[in-house]
Structure formats: C-alpha cells, structure tokens
Design a protein around this ligand. Structure first.
Ligand SMILES: NC(=O)c1ccc[n+]([C@@H]2O[C@H](COP(=O)([O-])OP(=O)(O)OC[C@H]3O[C@@H](n4cnc5c(N)ncnc54)[C@H](OP(=O)(O)O)[C@@H]3O)[C@@H](O)[C@H]2O)c1
Length: 387
C-alpha cells in the first residue's frame, strides 16, 4: 500500500512534442529537435535501501549542447528506477526515486528510456540462477531499451544527442550484465549495442525487439540456415519464436516453416507466415512423418527436437538440457544485427509482437514480471511509459 501510494505520487511524465520534431539530413543517423516536458515532484521521492550510497555515484552534467537545434532537459543526478538488493521472487523488486544516474564510459551513450521490455532472462537473473556470473547486487534489471540519446561519451561516433535508438544493453546476457539496466529513467549503453529506432515503430514496439530478434537471428545463423530449407520452431508464439518464424521466412528465405503454438495462437502464427501450425496441446511434433532441416527449440524440448530433424539436420536449443546433435548458445547483443534488420522492420515484412495485456506502465513492473513468469505471454511483455 505504502509503495503504491508513493509511486502514484511520484510519477513523472515524458512528452515528446511531435510538432517540434524536424528531420535533418545525416549520412549516419537522423537528427531530431524535440523537447522533454517533465513533471517532477521532488518532495515525494523515497529512499528504500541502505545501499543507496553505493548507487549514488557522482552527479551527471547536463547533456552537451548539440550544434543542431536540439533541446533536451538537463540530465538530473538521480532517477527513478526499479532495484533489487537480493535474489528472489517479484517481491524483491523495489521502486527507488533516488538512484544515481549511471556514469558514462567513453564508448557509451546515455539513453533516456522511453520503453523497455522484459525477457525470461530478467526473471531468471532476479531469481539468482546466474549469480555466479552476475554483476554485484543491487541491480537495476532490464536488457531491452528504446529511447532517446541525451548524452554521448567522448569516443562515440555514430550517435548524437536527440537520436532515437533501441538495443539490448548487455553485450553478454549472462556474463556480467550491467548493474544499471533499462528499467530506469536513464541507462548507459555502449554505442555498438544500439541502432537507430526503426522509423515506423513506436518506442514500445521497438523496445520489444532487441534481445529476442538478436537471439532469433544468431540462432538461425549458427545453424547455417539458408534459402530453401525447412524449419520447425518450438514455442512459436513466444518472444523469440515469433521472430524466428518471421526471420526464417522473410530474411533467410525458408521454403517451409512449421511451429508449435498452443490452441489460442494457431491463427496468429499462420498470419506470421507459418505453413504448418502444430497445436502442442493436441499433437506431438516428433510423431509426425514430416522432418525438418532445422528445429529451433525455444522451449527446452531438445530430446524430442532431435527426433524431428532430417538426417544431417540441426537443432538449436535456447534453454534446458541439450541432446546431441543439438547445441546451445547464449545471445550476444549486437547493434549491427539490428541495423541489418531495420529495413525488414521498416518495410513491415517483420513485425514486432507486443502482448496485448501490455504495455504495462512503469509502476506495474511487478505485475508485468508475474505475467511473464506464467510462461503464457504471446510475443513480448513491454513496459511503457517510463517512469
Ligand atoms: N540462450 C539464449 O541466448 C536465450 C535468448 C533468449 C531466450 N532464451 C530462453 O528461451 C526461452 C524462450 O524465451 P521467450 O522470450 O521466447 O519466452 P516467452 O515469450 O516467455 O514464451 C512464452 C510462450 O511460451 C509458449 N509455450 C509455453 N509452453 C509451451 C510448450 N510446451 N510448447 C510450445 N510453446 C509453449 C506459450 O505459448 P502458448 O501461450 O501458445 O501456450 C507462450 O506464448 C526462455 O527459456 C528463455 O530464457 C534463451
């Protein structure tokens, strides 16, 4: 009760005025003029943790003035963020109004977060499943971000203040992911992990993509997938699977795409280009006579998946035990992959799938995590607006 009362009284609002947006030419990125309008109430900020001193690093200076007509509100020294100081269930997530805005390294940009998305790795990390390779607690979670650059490091070449960007903030998903993730008003991200936001997508749609689409792409590449091949996608209605289907068909030129949705998602997957939708609640995919060049296992059924490949076929397994010849990999965040896929997104050939229960507002992060953890989300669980 106390927390929700505090949250409702501390919500601030970010407004980007469309009438002020003007595009100028640039070979590398579009530049915009925009204004942030924020309604802050400094008297209602809360301090929930004794470790605040660790998070309150030094203050950030105002974003550097751009030579172009860009107006950005000054970057404050503190921000609103979700934080956990111990591993556990959703109840360890705490809202903190006084988290230090992260310092920038030379190769990083500071992003004003407009939308973020949740991934199963956020939940597993919070539960302590990767504690051996995690960054030290306390943690501001969040991998996926879409937002606006408000400050650039001295070595940044591609981006300028005002650019709209998206990406996965953690280069290695499990090895030392950032202590300050995207579920905050600001996040610091290496330039190489970001790409310009696709022009046709809003921030919520863009935030739904990075980790899932990079995983989908990297997995397909690692199987050597190419034009004319067939593929079966296990968990075709999830965040990753819904993009594997589309990339296989639209980017890699798959001859035939099959997938395993539950009953309620059969039609959705057909609309994404699936030729054969196998309702996993009614049929066992490995018992069907048809076999595939590749099985993309995004659910943890590798032992069954290997029975569904042609001789010499491949199985890529994102989670669970691996049965040979299946193999596993852990996604590497890569802005170059996003840039490569931007034309497919901007032409509408590949579409973001945002779960219809969302986007969840920033204040409802615990509810969003609880929903993700039912393993029933269709596409991505998105957090917007922020804060
Ligand atoms: N190794 C890596 O680098 C990497 C990267 C990304 C993700 N992952 C892992 O890959 C897995 C998938 O991630 P995600 O983000 O795509 O998950 P997700 O979006 O949370 O998956 C939810 C979906 O799972 C489906 N589902 C539940 N039980 C199923 C079953 N028995 N068969 C087929 N589908 C089923 C549900 O479909 P219905 O509602 O239709 O039942 C729901 O749409 C997670 O374990 C994640 O941690 C690994």
């Amino acid at each position: 009760m106390f927390l929700s009362a505090a949250l409702s009284s501390t919500t601030s609002h970010l407004t980007i005025l469309p009438s002020l947006i003007t595009s100028t030419t640039s070979p590398l990125s579009r530049r915009f003029s925009f204004t942030f309008l924020e309604n802050r109430n400094p008297t209602t900020t809360t301090t929930l943790f004794p470790y605040k001193q660790r998070l309150l690093v030094k203050s950030q200076a105002t974003a550097p003035a751009s030579s172009e007509a860009v107006k950005v509100s000054p970057v404050p020294s503190e921000m609103k963020a979700w934080v956990y100081g111990e591993y556990g269930g959703v109840d360890v997530l705490k809202f903190d109004s006084n988290v230090a805005v992260p310092d920038l390294k030379e190769d990083q940009v500071l992003v004003r977060v407009v939308a973020a998305a949740l991934n199963p790795v956020d939940a597993k990390r919070r539960q302590g499943k990767f504690k051996a390779t995690d960054s030290p607690l306390p943690t501001v979670p969040g991998y996926d971000v879409a937002g606006v650059v408000v400050k650039v490091g001295s070595e940044v070449k591609e981006f300028r203040v005002g650019d709209e960007v998206y990406g996965d903030v953690n280069e290695k998903a499990l090895e030392g992911p950032k202590q300050f993730g995207s579920l905050a008003e600001y996040t610091a991200v290496e330039e190489k992990l970001l790409a310009p936001k696709p022009k046709n997508l809003d921030f919520a749609q863009a935030a739904s993509l990075p980790l899932a689409i990079e995983t989908a792409y990297e997995g397909l590449e690692r199987t050597g997938f190419s034009s004319g091949k067939s593929i079966l996608v296990l968990n075709g209605s999830g965040g990753v699977g819904s993009l594997v289907i589309q990339l296989a068909k639209q980017v890699f030129g798959a001859a035939r795409v099959a997938a395993t949705p539950g009953t309620r998602n059969l039609e959705l997957l057909k609309s994404l280009g699936v030729d054969l939708a196998i309702d996993y609640t009614k049929e066992n995919f490995e018992d069907l006579p048809e076999k595939f060049d590749v099985v993309y296992d995004a659910i943890g059924q590798c032992d069954r998946a290997v029975k569904a490949i042609k001789e010499g076929g491949s199985v890529v397994a994102l989670t669970g035990a691996v049965t040979p010849p299946g193999f596993r990999f852990v996604v590497t965040s890569n802005g170059t992959v996003l840039r490569k896929l931007n034309p497919y997104l901007e032409s509408g050939k590949v579409k973001p799938i945002v779960d219809s229960k969302g986007p969840f507002p920033f204040t409802q992060l615990a509810e969003a995590f609880s929903y993700l953890e039912t393993n029933r989300a269709t596409g991505k669980v998105v957090i917007h607006p922020i804060p």
